[in-house]
Design a protein around this ligand. Sequence first.
Ligand SMILES: [Fe+2]
Ligand SMILES: [Fe+2]
Length: 176
Amino acid sequence: MAMQTIQELFEHELKDMYSAEHSLLDALEQMAGESSDREIKKAYTQHRKETQGQIKRLEKIFKSMGQKPQKETCPGIEGLIKEKKAFMRERPSGELVEFFNIGAAQKTERYEITAYELLIDMADKLGMAEAVELLEQNLQEEEAALNKLKMIASEFDVSEEGAEEDEEEKTTSSKR
Ligand SMILES: [Fe+2]
Ligand SMILES: [Fe+2]
């Protein structure tokens, strides 16, 4: 049946984020495992914990609509995960993986921030006050996570040496 109402769109986007948050649980766990920096590892682990709480809030919203929580694959987030897989095929150094992950995490936060802003706007239009409140809490956590990641990125030192070594390796392998 054709989608016609804001209510339907809201439900669709809610399912999309419900799926995205689950995918991000795995991604954050993986990035924490790949990190060799205590502070960065902690940031991922902490945001993973927040993500579990965000999922609970989304479940509350489904419940308030008399629905069971449902996932609808989120191609936006899946795309970012694919991007990571393609990057890993380049056999990057551990340091570059670390730096790439900080950037990828920021991309996901920006995606989540916009998604939540739109959901809040729709919930507001639909007069769903409780949903607005719950979604606002998720939004705030995403914004705080983005700010934290921006700080981590600005403090991150990429060693020139490591970068050069990688360049050499690439040139040699392409000559082969
Ligand atoms: Fe999230
Ligand atoms: Fe997030």
